[in-house]
Design a binder for this molecule. Sequence first.
Ligand code: MF3
Ligand code: CO
Length: 267
Amino acid sequence: MINYKTSQEIELMRQSCLLVGQTHAEIVKLIKPGITTLHLDAVAEEFIRSNGGVPSFKNYNGYPFATCISVNDAVVHGFPNNNVLKDGDLISIDIGVFKNGFHGDSAYTYGIGNISDEVKQLMRVTKESLYKGIEKAVAGNRIGDISYAIQEHTERKHGYGVVRELVGHGLGEELHEDPQVPNYGKRGSGAKLKEGMVIAIEPMINLGKKDVINDTDGWTVRTRDGKPSAHYEHDVHIRKDKADILSSFTAIEAAEKANENLCSDYY
Ligand code: MF3
Ligand code: CO
């Protein structure tokens, strides 16, 4: 069942999504070789709580942390840990915030230090595919139009692997609501998009093949071939002419550019 949001509810969701972006921007400042992902998680949780939110992921189906931090071959749902980050790492951070009764959920991928041209292209194309999906996220279209646009750009145009096991989703009072939003599919298929729907669009794109394996920690999803993977996620409110993007990368991108330890010349 799809939960349509009133315009008042949309404004509350915008606040939750805003706090997600601010939290990202806060921890982006800290990313550098030598720091641990557990430290980033602790700072994110403190920032969320001190701004009146609760980390959506913590205790979600038993997930033990505030953030998911997935390094290199980890696709999503990586556990923050005590390993230090190093030059050349590709790090995807996914953050969820519950505030005023609604969730915000957004992910972004950062390259630390010297990143190869092929990985820079993976980052750029994955982010581009998110916006190509968002272009199709208008009332009257169908979920499959979004899915097709993402698959077309990443898999057919660039030969990347589109993860099949994980999908985007409706968002609202629950972190995961209907409908599912796959990153692959047929134009004109799936649920019809209507005003008041809010969906999280989140391409998870592998440099190599699409296949993934589950880590023994019970959560972390990794590429089967060990190659890196990128993940960008926006929350989008469906309207008639143009999608209303509730989350924002503006502060994130500014912080990414300002952090000399991060690669920002990929887009
Ligand atoms: N953004 C992720 C998603 O949409 C949330 C991680 S799920 C959790 O699936 F269990 F880790 F919380
Ligand atoms: Co999500």
